[in-house]
Write a protein that binds this ligand. Structure first.
Ligand SMILES: Nc1ncnc2c1ncn2[C@@H]1O[C@H](COP(=O)(O)OP(=O)(O)OP(=O)(O)O)[C@@H](O)[C@H]1O
Ligand SMILES: [Mg+2]
Length: 117
């Protein structure tokens, strides 16, 4: 994973977690290293995403609840860019969410080979 691309993915996910948190400003970031890959999770306890919208949130310009999200600005590009960046680095990104409970976005990408300096 190119470091600044990983940084960009995390910024996109943290921006969403903040923006869609309402007043419950607790955001968890978890990282796990497995044998061959790294898994990062950004977890919030905010407004969540309705089940019917979940399949589309990685589409360009898709925003849930246009009226509400217009107030918060944004173009609906964040997750589409994050997905593209993850896939360019042989990674994957997925989302689970429950309305009024919160959202978890998981990014998984291959562990870099150890290099002898
Ligand atoms: N953590 C989250 N909690 C609740 N809804 C979310 C969350 N992340 C994304 N969404 C929903 O998915 C939509 C798409 O997210 P995305 O980041 O692509 O766009 P955006 O945040 O609206 O705008 P941009 O990221 O371009 O500023 C959002 O409009 C929002 O409705
Ligand atoms: Mg966003």
């Amino acid at each position: 994973m190119v470091p600044h691309q990983l940084e960009q993915i995390l910024l996109i996910l943290l921006d969403n977690a903040m923006k869609y948190s309402n007043e419950r400003y607790i955001i968890k970031v978890e990282g796990t290293t497995r044998e061959k890959f790294v898994e990062l999770k950004v977890i919030d306890f905010g407004i969540g995403i309705p089940e019917k919208d979940l399949p589309y949130v990685f589409d360009r310009f898709y925003r849930v609840d246009k009226a509400r999200s217009r107030l918060q600005g944004g173009t609906g590009l964040g997750l589409a860019i994050a997905k593209r960046l993850a896939e360019c680095n042989l990674g994957q990104i997925s989302i689970t969410s429950k309305e009024n409970e919160g959202t978890t976005v998981t990014v998984r990408f291959p562990l870099a080979e150890k290099r002898v300096p």
